[in-house]
Each structure stands twice: as structure tokens, then as C-alpha cells.
Design a protein around this ligand. Structure first.
Ligand SMILES: O=C(O)c1ccccc1NCC(=O)[C@H](O)[C@H](O)COP(=O)(O)O
Length: 263
């Protein structure tokens, strides 16, 4: 059966062909944004990676007309540790233009949230001002993952490696990932389950100086508290923040105290 992830990756390959034909060169760059890892490692309180998300395959339109500059400023002033910008257009209605305007607006860590399969996308992310990229274990072979990871870090980026189960955790650990995100959403079935984070947390090597991030499906302070209790350093939140009126109060509420417990 063809899943949504298969469809996204197929479309992404077509976009990569076009990017390669257009040959946009990597610009001279020096990444000066604060390190996401440094801010998350050992944090006492859960930190918030706030996402700009206009639409999604699971929810359709969320906030199509959002102004990314206004929202990025609100996230920054509310104390988000990082802003995640979805740059995929066909499925999320985002763009590298969104990333570039957010980059011009805020000085904090900036995540290019896309389905990266080729280094040309990493070049685009850098050109648009990202300091962090996402690599999804389920979308790449181990060799591709390693090559893209090494290329991104050699260009000064941090890499958030996204996993969904213990086998993918093994892959991420083997390649030396320091920032590891558990996606609570199954990208094939859309099912969201926060116990993905608690299960991974129970086998996560916190003592090895690695950071665990819980991604997707965080709707309220109870959800935040659940993943924080198990040692997550940050949550990546999209839809709930896009729909909420008071971003400042919500981000503040989500910054609950962390603790590492064994389930
Ligand atoms: O959000 C989706 O429907 C989706 C479907 C298929 C692949 C990826 C998808 N989302 C990307 C993300 O990882 C989320 O935008 C991010 O973690 C925030 O999730 P949420 O807070 O649940 O909006």
C-alpha cells in the first residue's frame, strides 16, 4: 500500500530534479545562531520548538493565511528556543521563502523542517538561514543518512535526527546523532501516540550527552508534563500553537519541569 510518506518522498524527488536543473549555488555563510544542543542539554525546564505550519496531510488546512514574520516574532518573544519552519509546499504549504523571512526576523535557532533526501536541499536550507535541519531515519538508507549528516555538520549546521521506534533509535545512535527527535505521529498511518516518546525514553542513553525531543501531538500542559517527566528536553509543537490565541501564555505553560524517570 502506498503511504503518505511514500507520496511525499516521490514528490520530493521530483522537486530535487528541478533544484538540480536550476543549480542554485551554496552561498558563503557562517552560522551565528545559538546552538540548539547547548540550550537543550541539561535544561531544567522543557523547552519549546515552535512550528510554522500552514497545512498538513493529516489535518488539511490549519492556518493558510498566517504571516510568518508576525508569528515568528510572537514565538521569539514568548521564549521559544527554536522556530521550526515547514518548507515543503505541496503537502504543507510552506516554502524556503517562509524560512528566509523568519531568518531575517529572529536570532534564535532555526529548523528547516522538510523531507531532506539530497544535499542540494541542505544548501537551500543554509541559503535561507537555517541553523538546524531535520533528517528522517524512515526516509533514508543508513548510508544516505550518514552522508547527509556529515555534509550538514561540515557546513556548520546542527542535525535533528527523527526516529519513530527503537530500531530507528539504534540507527540514529550508531551514526552519532546528538539531537534525536521521536515523532509521536506515525508518518504512514497518521496515528499519534505520546507513548512513543515514553517508550523511547526508557531506552534512551541520556548519560551519553544526547538530547531527546518529543515531536507532534502535544496539545496541552498535561502532554508536555508527560514527556518532560520521562526526560524529553524539548517538544516540537505545530498545530496547537497555530490554533491558539495566546502564544505567549501557552509557551510559558508548556515549559514544565523536567525529570528522568524509568517507566
Ligand atoms: O503533520 C502531519 O500531518 C504530517 C504528516 C506526514 C508527515 C509529517 C507530518 N508532520 C510533520 C511534523 O513532524 C509535525 O509538523 C511536527 O512534529 C508538529 O506536529 P503537531 O504539533 O502535531 O502539529
Amino acid at each position: 500500500m502506498t503511504t503518505i510518506l511514500d507520496k511525499i518522498l516521490l514528490e520530493k524527488k521530483k522537486q530535487i530534479e528541478i533544484m538540480l536543473e536550476n543549480d542554485v549555488p551554496l552561498q558563503e555563510h557562517k552560522i551565528t545562531r545559538p546552538s540548539l544542543f547547548d540550550q537543550l542539554y541539561g535544561t531544567e525546564h522543557l523547552q519549546i520548538i515552535s512550528e510554522i505550519k500552514r497545512a498538513s496531510p493529516s489535518k488539511g488546512l490549519i492556518a493558510a493565511g498566517v504571516n510568518p514574520v508576525v508569528l515568528a516574532n510572537a514565538y521569539y518573544e514568548a521564549g521559544a528556543v527554536c522556530i521550526s519552519v515547514l518548507t515543503d509546499t505541496p503537502f504543507f504549504q510552506g516554502s524556503f521563502q517562509d524560512l528566509a523571512v523568519v531568518s531575517d526576523t529572529v536570532p534564535i535557532a532555526l529548523l528547516c523542517k522538510d523531507f531532506i533526501l539530497h544535499k542540494v536541499q541542505i544548501d537551500q536550507a543554509i541559503n535561507a538561514g537555517a541553523s538546524v535541519i531535520l533528517l528522517i531515519v524512515a526516509a533514508l538508507s543508513e548510508k544516505e543518512l550518514q552522508n547527509l549528516y556529515e555534509y550538514a555538520t561540515s557546513e556548520g549546521l546542527e542535525v535533528l535526527v527523527e526516529i519513530h521506534d527503537s530500531i530507528e533509535l539504534e540507527t540514529a545512535l550508531k551514526m552519532g546523532a546528538k539531537l534525536i527527535g521521536v515523532n509521536n505521529r506515525d508518518l504512514r498511518s497518521f496515528e499519534v501516540d505520546l507513548s512513543r516518546t515514553t517508550e523511547i525514553a526508557s531506552i534512551f542513553p541520556f548519560h551519553e550527552k544526547r538530547v531527546l525531543i518529543s515531536e507532534s501531538g502535544i496539545r496541552n500542559v498535561e502532554d508536555a508534563a508527560q514527556v518532560a517527566r520521562y526526560g524529553a528536553s524539548a517538544v516540537l509543537v505545530g498545530e496547537s500553537l497555530m490554533k491558539i490565541g495566546d502564544v505567549r501564555a501557552t509557551i510559558n505553560d508548556l515549559k514544565v519541569k523536567r525529570g528522568v524517570i524509568t517507566p
